[in-house]
Design a protein around this ligand. Sequence first.
Ligand code: SF4
Length: 339
Amino acid sequence: MDLNLLDRSLAARGEPPYRARQVWEWAARGAGSYEEMTNIPAALRAELEREVPLSSLAVEREDRSRDGTRKALLRTADDRPVEAVLMTYLDGRRSVCVSSQSGCPLTCAFCATGAMRFGRNLTASEILDQVLHFKRSDKVDHVVFMGMGEPMMNVDAVIAACERLPSVGVAASRTTVSTVGWVPGIERLTADGPPVRLALSLHAADPALRSELMPVNDRYPLSEVLEACRAWREARGKRVFVEYVMLAGVNDRYEQAVALAEALVPREAFKVNLIPYNPTGAGFEGSSRSAIDAFAAALRVHRVPVTVRLTRGRDIDAACGQLAGAVASRSDGAPAPAG
Ligand code: SF4
């Protein structure tokens, strides 16, 4: 729901300030229509129905994976594509992966989103509406900002969305904001953000290789990024989750694990998640299971805490790095990073 539009509409009618909160509480609980909002006068409900759409995003399509993952392709009012994914886990967790931008101005070599044209930053309402889309038909208890876009380039809206997530049922401790290393955003989140978790997409400790994979490294070198992460740890007392996508023959060798371990000091400030790669047609292959296990073992020998991430939604291009492939090829005319 466009919360600014809601505020303006209610103010224009001279409604008391608590009305916006009442409407939001219903939306946050997953209400599917204004009719359900029984503590709002019927005449006002009818007017809001006409003026303030229940969601700022229209649903274009939704796919469901064999493993239960759901991927929604949504559209903003100005026709920008946005993808969001609901991942379901055997232990009952329901996690929504949200986009913070339509497209992405950064051009990480392995990522489908980076290959599509950048649209714009999403508003806080558009971020929240991705979560509410799933909340209307399922439980949601975790949110990760790992969809399309670099959240730290849109940090005001990301913080505003994070601040409202607890009312949707997602505690700050269950919200993870991910970054490729946009230092000003990390510093802002450290200073002003709610008590969320921070994840850093690192992918290579070697500067030349990291710049090749992630051009943002030329602007904010890894040493500066890790310094900002250490400041986060210092200020928040929380460790940073390091995401490392495993690319066969590119960043999965023993000595690269050692270089990663050497970069992650102090040890207690970081935890590594190794991510099996989902091909996007960008010319990379995922590392084999044995290569991933050997990399993890090398990190453990160096006392780096590490887990190997489950991959979800691979068959519907909903896994990490795959978002936007279908959107770009179907709707934008941008180069199709065929998944
Ligand atoms: S990995 Fe993230 S920052 Fe890099 S191009 Fe993809 S969406 Fe953008």
